[in-house]
Write a protein that binds this ligand. Structure first.
Ligand SMILES: Nc1ncnc2c1ncn2[C@@H]1O[C@H](COP(=O)(O)OP(=O)(O)O)[C@@H](O)[C@H]1O
Ligand SMILES: [Mg+2]
Length: 412
């Protein structure tokens, strides 16, 4: 990585932070800028995805040409095709004049498709075509037009799930994702939280002619580093502005922060996190979240076991299992049988298909394995202590170690 170039770009675009994840993202953006490859930026809301397409465009051979940023999530479904691809006069009611559309207007330049996961399926088909052939057709026209546009897209949607749910075309995903760039969540950036707080505090002080910016005590810095930041940098920015303007104290202690930082993250409000309790055995909220999921998962497994024994053997089939699951009392049901599961999404799907169930179970296995590894590593392989951390019996842990093939790595 050319670190000095990365630092220069960060300065140019006001990107604060030295964490590896951010440096990596900027570096990849620089490396691919001069190519015409499509880039897909992923990351939670508020992580700073919007700086990346600018870096790409401004460092590309297209920099003297047009750059457009389109927020696909904010354009109504009825007009999005015409916004992107243009329309002919009279193409639909209200189309008094013709319209060029972004793909025409950005010819030779770069188009940033923000929130691309929100595109309707019909628009996805048009987009795939223009990406593959450089050709598109205006709404209400039959004339094929050519354009040369470089696409950078961004999403905070879980694309794997969107594809599974049939909301996003898999072929388009692969086409967009030629170069993936992941912007890390703020809670994964360590000291960056403090640097960003300082920056936003200085910006606010300057903007409002305050004699001096607010400052954090050491303990307050720790508190910010431990907070999970569901709204990421955007949330930190708002919070810093609020504190700067509202707090009579200029030296910010954890007690002052308590008045501003919500106890429970609003967008992930499933986890009641007590950050003041230092006695918990995991280092941060993320791990507590895993812990809660781990417990939840064991409960679900238990429930499924009970369901299975209640249903009896009659309506079960022998869908093959992973060998690691052979000893597990889980059986998958016939295609046409659905059954309730614990609510995992905000949608009103009460039922899961067997495929979804299998997939979910497999990925749950993955992170259960991670949990077991984490607990063992933390306790230097001591199974008794690891079992205590995981709140499972030593016997269960022993079984899981075997099941996940960890006995060689963690031999007591
Ligand atoms: N590393 C950073 N340094 C400074 N400001 C940042 C940084 N990351 C994000 N921001 C600011 O946070 C806000 C949200 O960023 P944005 O790019 O809109 O997020 P996203 O598009 O990922 O939701 C913007 O005001 C942006 O300027
Ligand atoms: Mg955004």
């Amino acid at each position: 990585m050319n670190l000095s170039e990365v630092q220069a770009q960060k300065r140019r675009y006001g990107i604060v932070g030295n964490s590896e994840g951010v440096n990596h993202a900027v570096n990849v953006a620089l490396q691919v800028a001069k190519t015409d490859l499509s880039v897909l930026i992923t990351g939670e809301s508020g992580v700073g995805k919007e700086a990346i397409p600018r870096i790409i465009h401004d460092n590309s051979l297209r920099k003297s040409k047009k750059y457009f940023a389109v927020n696909c999530g904010s354009i109504p479904e009825g007009t999005i095709d015409s916004e992107l691809f243009g329309h002919e006069k009279g193409a639909f009611t209200g189309a008094v004049g013709e319209r060029e559309g972004y793909f025409g207007a950005a010819n030779g330049g770069t188009l940033f498709l923000d929130e691309v996961g929100e595109l309707p399926l019909a628009t996805q088909a048009r987009l795939l075509r223009v990406l593959e052939t450089g050709e598109y057709i205006r709404v209400g026209s039959s004339e094929v037009r050519k354009t040369d546009v470089r696409i950078v897209a961004a999403t905070n949607v879980n694309m794997a799930k969107a594809i599974r749910d049939g909301r996003f075309r898999e072929d388009l995903f692969y086409r967009l994702n030629t170069i993936p760039i992941k912007m890390p969540a703020l809670r994964e950036r360590g000291d960056d939280v403090v640097l960003l707080f300082k920056k936003f505090a200085m910006d606010t002080a300057e903007k409002y002619n305050m004699p001096e910016p607010v400052e954090l005590t050491e303990a307050a810095q720790m508190r910010l580093k431990k907070y999970p930041w569901p709204g990421n940098v955007r949330q930190l920015k708002n919070l810093t502005e609020q504190i700067s303007i509202l707090s009579p104290e200029r030296v910010i202690t954890p007690e002052v922060l308590d008045d501003y930082v919500p106890d429970t993250p609003t967008s992930h409000d499933i986890v009641p996190v007590n950050t003041r309790n230092e006695s918990h055995s995991f280092e941060n909220e993320r791990e507590i979240l895993y812990k809660i999921l781990f417990d939840l998962r064991n409960d679900v497994m238990e429930l499924k076991k009970q369901m299975q024994s209640q249903r009896g053997a009659a309506d079960m089939t022998g869908v093959p299992m992973k060998s690691s699951q052979q000893e597990r009392p889980i059986t998958y049901y016939h295609q046409d049988v659905t059954y309730p599961v614990a609510h995992t999404s905000k949608n009103d799907e009460e039922f899961q298909t067997p495929e979804e169930y299998i997939e979910e179970t497999l990925s749950l296995d993955d992170w259960e394995r991670q949990m077991v590894i984490k607990a063992l590593e933390k306790n230097k392989g001591k199974r008794k202590l690891a079992a205590q951390d995981l709140k499972i019996s030593e016997r269960t842990l022993y079984r899981k170690i075997k099941e996940y093939g960890l006995d060689k790595d963690f031999d007591e």
